[in-house]
Write a protein of this length. Structure first.
Length: 277
């Protein structure tokens, strides 16, 4: 079925845009419901646009942005346009003022349209579109010197129309998959295991540690037993091969460009695409 091309509304660390062709060619030919428990920027779900889908993330501010765009696209657009239109001559000072406002709302748990607009503005004007918080849960990524507009209006309206058809969840990946049944397709793009085993760095303050990776591998096995089709991406590391090797899964190694590394020489790496079918 043909559908409108949808471009993700944010840049996200580990986003799957460059792997889309590799993912699509390995997908099951048929499936019932689609699950994406670590949706991030949504590159895969927006490319596939399955009619029955469940998307989830543990990042509350990210999920709030999805929900605001789904329910209140025009209010969201107005709020973002206001932020773009009021940008000071000193873009850096403006960015840090809005970052402080964003963090203040985050601490007060004001998950509303304004927070969604701030979230997207900051994403487009922070270094490499990186979402990183400190120990207190405050967003702390510096300014990227951009004065570009934060959103494309047409794209936001298309995203909103699609999101109205699907389920958006917020929380733990296991809970998001609880209702998966035989014949469903699950795509797992969790926070990646570090290339250096000593540096487990979290992308939300909840963290995704070694035990989380082990829990995900156990879930992958349970879903396999249920007859679900599962695909998982991660770094090509010894740890990931320990978790998923020797279990009959198909493990393909693919080359990728790593955009979020300040050292350009380290921007080419290897990832794995693991399928249970």
């Amino acid at each position: 079925m043909s559908h409108t091309t949808i471009v993700p509304f944010i840049k996200w660390a580990g986003g799957k845009r460059q792997l889309l062709d590799q993912i699509k060619e390995r997908m099951p030919k048929q499936y019932n419901r689609y699950y994406e428990p670590f949706v991030g920027g949504g590159a895969v779900v927006f490319e596939l646009q399955p009619e029955m889908a469940v998307i989830n993330d543990i990042n509350r501010a990210l999920v709030n942005a999805y929900r605001q765009i789904r329910s209140l696209p025009e209010a969201f657009l107005s709020a973002v346009k206001a932020l773009d239109g009021q940008m000071w001559e000193d873009g850096k000072a403006y960015y840090y003022m809005l970052r402080e406002r964003y963090n203040d709302k985050l601490m007060k748990e004001e998950f509303d349209t304004e927070l969604a607009a701030l979230f997207v503005f900051i994403n487009k004007h922070c270094f490499n579109g990186l979402y990183r918080v400190n120990g207190k849960g405050l967003f702390n990524v510096p300014y990227n010197n951009s004065r570009l507009l934060s959103v494309d209006e047409t794209s936001i309206r298309e995203i909103s129309a699609y999101l109205k058809k699907i389920v958006i969840m917020e929380g733990d990946f296991e809970v998001a998959c609880a209702e998966a049944k035989e014949g469903d397709f699950l795509f797992f793009d969790s926070p990646y295991a570090p290339l250096n085993p000593d540096s487990f760095e979290s992308y939300t303050k909840e963290g995704f540690d070694i035990e989380s990776h082990r829990r995900l591998a156990r879930l992958y096995g349970e879903l396999t037993q249920k007859g679900c089709c599962c695909m998982l991406t991660n770094h090509n590391t010894e740890f990931i091969h320990e978790l998923y090797g020797n279990q009959g899964y198909k493990i393909d190694v693919v080359s990728v460009k790593r955009l979020i590394n300040s050292d350009a020489k380290k921007r080419v790496g290897e990832e794995v695409i693991i399928c249970n079918y």
